[in-house]
Design a binder for this molecule. Structure first.
Ligand code: COD
Ligand code: ATP
Length: 194
C-alpha cells in the first residue's frame, strides 16, 4: 500500500516522514530523489539545459538558486521543470516501490502530490499542516533565503484547506511530541488496513 505524505513548504513533512521511518516504515523523499536524478540522469540534464540554458549546471552541480529564481515566479517555467522532472521521479518511485511490495505500506513524501495528480497513485493521503507564520519562521531559520522567496514557493502550492479536503489523515505539526503521538496513532490505523 502507498501512503502519500504531503504538506506546504515548512510544514514539517520530512520531520514527520522520519517519525514513520523510526516505526519501521520505508520512506521515499521525493525532493531528495528528484535532486539525485537531476544529477545522474543524462536525459534530464539535457532537457533542463535545453529549457533553461547552460547556467543550469555549474561545474556539474545543479544551480538551484538560478533555477528557483526562474521557476517560482513564472508559472510557465515551473510547468516546464515539472514536466521534465516529475514523470522521471514517478517512474523511479514505481521501481522503488516494486522492490518493497512485500511491506505492509510505504510512505511517499512529496511537496507536490495534489498539484500534479500523483496523489491518485496513493491508497491513503496524510497532509501535514502548521500555522503559516511558524512555517516562514522554520524555513528562514533553516535556509539562507528570504520571506519573498518562501512566499513565491507557497504561491505555487495548494492551500492547506484544499489539501485537507482530499486527505485521509491530517497531522498538526506544532508540538513535536504531539505530532509523534499522531504519527503513532495513524501508523496503528493504517497497519490494521493492510
Ligand atoms: C528549483 C529547485 C532546483 C530549487 O531547489 P531547492 O534546493 O532550492 O529547493 P527544494 O527542491 O529543496 O524544495 C524546497 C521546497 O520548495 C518547494 N518546491 C519544490 N519544487 C516545487 C514545485 N515544483 N512546485 C512548488 N513548490 C516546490 C517545496 O515546498 C519543497 O519542499 C527544485 O525545487 C526543483 O528542482 N524543483 C522542481 C522539481 C520538483 O518539483 N521537486 C520537488 C518534488 S518532485
Ligand atoms: N514541530 C516542529 N517544531 C519546531 N521545528 C520544527 C517542527 N517540525 C519541523 N521543524 C523544523 O522546521 C524545518 C522544516 O521542517 P521540514 O524540513 O521537516 O519541513 P518540510 O515540510 O519537509 O520542508 P520543505 O517543504 O522545505 O521540504 C526543519 O528545520 C525542522 O527541523
Amino acid at each position: 500500500m502507498i501512503v502519500g505524505l504531503t504538506g506546504g513548504i515548512g510544514s514539517g513533512k520530512t520531520t514527520i516522514a522520519k517519525m514513520f521511518h523510526e516505526l519501521g516504515v520505508s520512506i521515499y523523499i521525493a525532493d531528495i530523489e528528484a535532486k539525485k536524478l537531476m544529477h545522474t540522469s543524462e536525459a534530464i540534464k539535457k532537457e533542463l539545459i535545453a529549457a533553461f540554458g547552460k547556467e543550469t549546471y555549474v561545474n556539474g552541480e545543479l544551480n538551484r538558486s538560478y533555477l528557483s529564481n526562474i521557476v517560482f515566479n513564472q508559472p510557465k517555467e515551473l510547468q516546464k521543470i515539472n514536466a521534465i522532472v516529475h514523470p522521471r521521479v514517478g517512474q523511479h518511485f514505481k521501481d522503488w516501490y516494486e522492490a518493497r511490495s512485500d511491506e505492509k505500506y510505504v510512505i511517499k513524501e512529496a511537496a507536490i502530490l495534489f498539484e500534479n495528480d500523483s496523489y491518485k497513485q496513493c491508497d491513503k493521503i496524510i497532509t501535514v499542516v502548521a500555522p503559516i507564520e511558524e512555517r516562514f519562521r522554520r524555513i528562514l531559520l533553516r535556509d539562507t533565503t528570504t520571506r519573498e522567496a518562501v512566499q513565491d514557493r507557497m504561491n505555487n502550492q495548494w492551500s492547506d484547506e484544499k489539501k485537507m479536503a482530499l486527505s485521509d489523515y491530517i497531522i498538526h505539526n506544532v508540538d513535536l511530541a504531539q505530532a509523534r503521538a499522531q504519527v503513532f496513532k495513524i501508523h496503528q490505523e493504517i497497519s490494521l488496513l493492510c
